[in-house]
Design a protein around this ligand. Structure first.
Ligand SMILES: C[S@@+](CC[C@H](N)C(=O)[O-])C[C@H]1O[C@@H](n2cnc3c(N)ncnc32)[C@H](O)[C@@H]1O
Length: 259
């Protein structure tokens, strides 16, 4: 049990930052909660526009999409700072076809990739302008000229965080062994499109774990200007997974840009 992350029922629990990526008990829950869905279909279709491409999956997590892209014939590198997530990725069927790197974009080689993806809102984890522009600088450097960058970020106009409360966000997650995990999410602070929140998980053995995080919700205008400044201008932005215009669809900004 990681210190401060869990307690007997009724006692106080201190949230641990990014526990759902760092704590193996929650990595299993994350994997069960987020199977292959239409966002993965979308990103795979974008990657498939460049056949047999060298793909960087930055923030690959437990590797669902990375393994899928490798199975589709791409040469995939999955990068993530969360060791427990990568350990879960490495033992999945098909994982041996992916190169797994524990770290961030900072250590990657120049001109190494034809396509880069950041999926399930990884882009929002770069909260400060400085962290975002440094990451975009790395992605520009590591993409070949004319390379593709695709990612999703929630449209702040959809104000999704207003549904991150104990009532609207309450959910049950079934693990592969049949255990049911109760979970809900609670916002703790909102300021200037920066939202902090805590995920609560009731594990079946009476243990409660809380995982905290902070995300930045960038507007379409900020996304466009930051990518332009990084030398990876936007080619297309969609509002939903069926390529709806921004403002329609799923409350997303789904970005395809070119270096
Ligand atoms: C919501 S998960 C998405 C994981 C995966 N892309 C998916 O689709 O399931 C966000 C991921 O971003 C990773 N992450 C957080 N900070 C990062 C950073 N500075 N560089 C790369 N990845 C980061 C986390 O460890 C986590 O695995």
């Amino acid at each position: 049990m990681s210190e401060g992350s869990a307690a007997e029922p009724g006692s106080s629990v201190r949230p641990v930052r990014h526990a759902e990526f760092e704590d193996p008990r929650l990595v299993e829950v994350y994997d069960a909660e987020y199977p292959w869905l239409r966002d993965d279909d979308f990103f795979l279709s974008i990657v498939n526009e460049t056949p047999r491409s060298r793909v960087l999956d930055l923030g690959c997590g437990t590797g669902r999409l990375a393994i899928g892209m490798a199975a589709a014939g791409h040469v995939v590198t999955g990068v993530d700072p969360a060791r427990a997530s990568l350990e879960a990725a490495r033992v999945k069927p098909g994982a041996a076809r992916v190169t797994w790197v524990e770290g961030t974009s900072a250590t990657l080689r120049d001109d190494a990739f034809d396509v880069t993806v950041m999926t399930s809102h990884v882009a929002q984890f770069f909260v400060s302008d400085e962290a975002w522009s440094r990451t975009l600088g790395d992605l520009k450097r590591t993409l070949i000229p004319d390379g593709v960058l695709a990612f999703d970020t929630r449209d702040p106009r959809a104000r999704e965080w207003e549904r991150w409360n104990p009532v609207d966000s309450r959910r049950s997650i079934e693990l592969p062994d049949g255990r049911i995990i109760a979970a809900w999410t609670e916002v703790t602070a909102v300021s200037d499109n920066v939202v902090s929140f805590v995920h609560h998980y009731d594990l079946t053995d009476g243990v409660t774990i809380q995982s905290s995080a902070t995300l930045r919700f960038r507007s379409e205008e900020v996304v466009r200007s930051s990518l332009w400044a990084a030398g990876i201008p936007v080619e297309r932005i969609y509002g939903g997974w069926h390529r709806e215009p921004v403002g329609e669809g799923d409350g997303e900004l789904i970005v395809v840009a070119r270096s």
